[in-house]
Design a protein around this ligand. Structure first.
Ligand code: SME
Length: 150
């Protein structure tokens, strides 16, 4: 199966999971699981906006930082800039927060409700340059599905 086909399946599954469950955290938990299982990423999960910080939400993978301030790291920057950020080499991203020294590349997708960022979807890879425009396109669709539950 191509990467596009895998993502098409994931979007359909995310939609079905979201239609079947009203609790957004439960939906995030299962979406983290299916994305992580499909691509065997290093870390796949959500951070939710709680006042002036991002707080760790449902995820799959190793232990992670629990709180990230606005504008800090890749996650805090995606929140501040209200756009998806793809980092091909985390060592070249100023202020990258290294929850794990094995993480080499990363994508962070903001999740909006009524035009405001309410959470982010963060995916880390232990390989360089893992994420491209295809990941961005489909992960933004998944983010939109989650956003509609918030
Ligand atoms: N690397 C992220 C922090 C979150 S973890 O990787 C799970 C960042 O710079 O925002």
């Amino acid at each position: 199966m191509s990467k596009e086909e895998k993502y098409q399946n994931l979007v359909a599954q995310a939609k079905a999971l979201s239609d079947a469950e009203s609790d957004s955290i439960a939906v995030m938990a299962n979406v983290a699981a299916i994305v992580h299982e499909t691509f065997r990423f290093w870390w796949t999960g959500f951070y939710r906006v709680e006042e002036e910080e991002l707080v760790l939400g449902p995820f799959q993978g190793p232990l992670a930082c629990t709180r990230i301030p606005f504008g800090r790291g890749v996650c805090g920057t995606a929140w501040k800039e209200e756009q998806t950020i793809i980092v091909g080499d985390v060592e070249k991203f100023p202020g990258h927060i290294a929850c794990s020294s094995l993480s080499r590349s990363e994508i962070v997708v903001p999740i909006f409700k009524h035009d405001e960022v309410k959470a982010v979807l963060d995916i880390d890879s232990e390989k360089l340059n893992t994420f491209d425009e295809t990941d961005k396109k489909f992960l933004e669709e998944i983010a939109q599905i989650i956003g509609s539950k918030l």
